[in-house]
Design a protein around this ligand. Sequence first.
Ligand SMILES: Cc1cc2nc3c(=O)[nH]c(=O)nc-3n(C[C@H](O)[C@H](O)[C@H](O)COP(=O)(O)OP(=O)(O)OC[C@H]3O[C@@H](n4cnc5c(N)ncnc54)[C@H](O)[C@@H]3O)c2cc1C
Length: 183
Amino acid sequence: MIDTPEVYGGLELDKATSMLVAEKISTVGSFSVTYSPHTGIGTAALVYYGTKEQKEKYLQKIISGEWVARYCLTEPDSGSDALGPRPPRTLSADGKYYLLNGTKQFITNGSFASLYTIFAKIDKEHFTRSSWKGTRGAVGGGRGKKLGIRGTSTTQIVLENAKVPKENLLGTIGRGTRSPSTS
Ligand SMILES: Cc1cc2nc3c(=O)[nH]c(=O)nc-3n(C[C@H](O)[C@H](O)[C@H](O)COP(=O)(O)OP(=O)(O)OC[C@H]3O[C@@H](n4cnc5c(N)ncnc54)[C@H](O)[C@@H]3O)c2cc1C
């Protein structure tokens, strides 16, 4: 709730407060790695770029903890090189959905989260993000074995013609890498 505007049920506190809470929680390794993608990267794009309708539909459930968020950027061939080649998303024949294919890699909260903030390229070049409460077409892999922070869920998500409604795009097509100050 800390970073979410009051109008959507949040506390609308400042970033210093948010950092203080993150710092305190960081001493509890696995919990902190579960909590941060949910409250931070998994929710931020919705707060910054979501339309009023998207926020009303999703934010309340996210900040109350009813739903958990996950952030899906990394792919097997695209880690540090986050803008690297990745499968395009194409519009469905009826023009209502983007169809996503490919694999997301190392996704925290992958096995149990409800809401995806997901990145893909439209027409092979326009890097774009969207918010999606999807299940059809997305299959979570088993919980990966790790050397540390073993209490977290880190999985692959396999997308096979996963249908993301057009109205779920977050922000402008092709501006998925922009921060609020540059978009
Ligand atoms: C526990 C865990 C949780 C994660 N959770 C998420 C998540 O929730 N969502 C998500 O999208 N991603 C997540 N990730 C993925 C993470 O963001 C990537 O692992 C990260 O971006 C690095 O990508 P990579 O693993 O493919 O490594 P690579 O990009 O292949 O890098 C391997 C090594 O090469 C080095 N390297 C890479 N490029 C260069 C270069 N140009 N010059 C010099 N050195 C270079 C790197 O520093 C690194 O040492 C998670 C990862 C882990 C380990």
